[in-house]
Design a protein around this ligand. Structure first.
Ligand SMILES: Nc1ncnc2c1ncn2[C@@H]1O[C@H](COP(=O)(O)OP(=O)(O)OP(=O)(O)O)[C@@H](O)[C@H]1O
Ligand SMILES: [Mg+2]
Length: 226
């Protein structure tokens, strides 16, 4: 489903963020990407979203070279990929319901779709009881779950989560990881970038380890090695 083929990314002038990286990810896999700060995790996710271009190599999503997609067709690619970041990116002046609905409004969904889909997704992330709350009235874990709901509402084939637990305490970390596992069980491919050792070691899922832009390990049921 996702294929990185000999990807090298050099930022100007000389920073080699990724160095000849190759791997495949199948549909419905749950894969963690780990490695020290600066190892290239975020760059890798940005290349899949076509937010950055590779210096060499190709990235395929369902056999389509994502860097050959015409700019006007990129929204179609990004609609198949839900992205979640550490800093939530919620709209402070909108309620939980409105934050999730807004994603649908932007892509031109009807009011009917919005009133049908938003409650469903809030149910999945366990926020059915807080649709009218504003982000500042939520805990960190709840905010991250709104961010996950925003990613889920487009019914993506893949969820990319870039250090989604970075600002959370252990209780909320577990809550967010369990939610990602549940989403994966529902059939969505999950790509999780994190340097959290406990998460990686408790997951028992595939782990790709980067060091200075190179894949140094790619293991089923991998462990954190730093
Ligand atoms: N836009 C950019 N311009 C120049 N260099 C960049 C840019 N983005 C990232 N880099 C560099 O590329 C390397 C990889 O960065 P990246 O953000 O992918 O690392 P990371 O593994 O996500 O790190 P972290 O765990 O701190 O988030 C680093 O050396 C970083 O300084
Ligand atoms: Mg990063």
């Amino acid at each position: 489903m996702i294929k990185f083929q000999n990807i090298t990314k050099i930022y100007n002038p000389t920073t080699v963020a990724l160095d000849n990286v190759s791997f495949n990810i199948e549909k419905k896999e749950f894969v963690s990407i780990t490695g020290r700060s600066g190892a290239g995790k975020t760059t890798l996710l940005k290349l899949l979203l076509a937010e950055e271009k590779p210096t060499r190599g190709r990235v395929f999503f369902d056999d389509q070279d994502v860097h050959k997609i015409e700019p006007e067709k990129l929204p179609q690619l990004r609609r198949r990929i839900g992205a979640i970041f550490q800093d939530y990116k919620l709209l402070p002046s909108k309620t939980v319901f409105e934050n999730v609905a807004y994603v649908l409004e932007v892509i031109g969904a009807s009011d009917l779709e919005i009133s049908r889909d938003v409650p469903q997704v809030l149910e999945i992330v366990g926020l059915s009881d807080k649709p009218e709350n504003f982000p500042q009235e939520l805990s960190g874990g709840e905010r991250q779950r709104v961010a996950i709901a925003r990613a889920l509402i487009i019914r993506p084939n893949v969820i990319l989560a870039d250090e989604p637990t970075g600002n959370l305490d252990p209780y909320h970390i577990r809550e967010v990881i369990n939610l990602l596992l549940k989403i994966n069980e529902m059939g969505t491919t999950v790509l999780l970038a994190t340097h959290n050792k406990e998460i990686i070691n408790n997951l028992g899922k595939r782990v790709i380890t980067l060091e200075k832009g190179r894949v140094i390990k790619d293991e089923e049921k991998g462990r954190f090695i730093f």
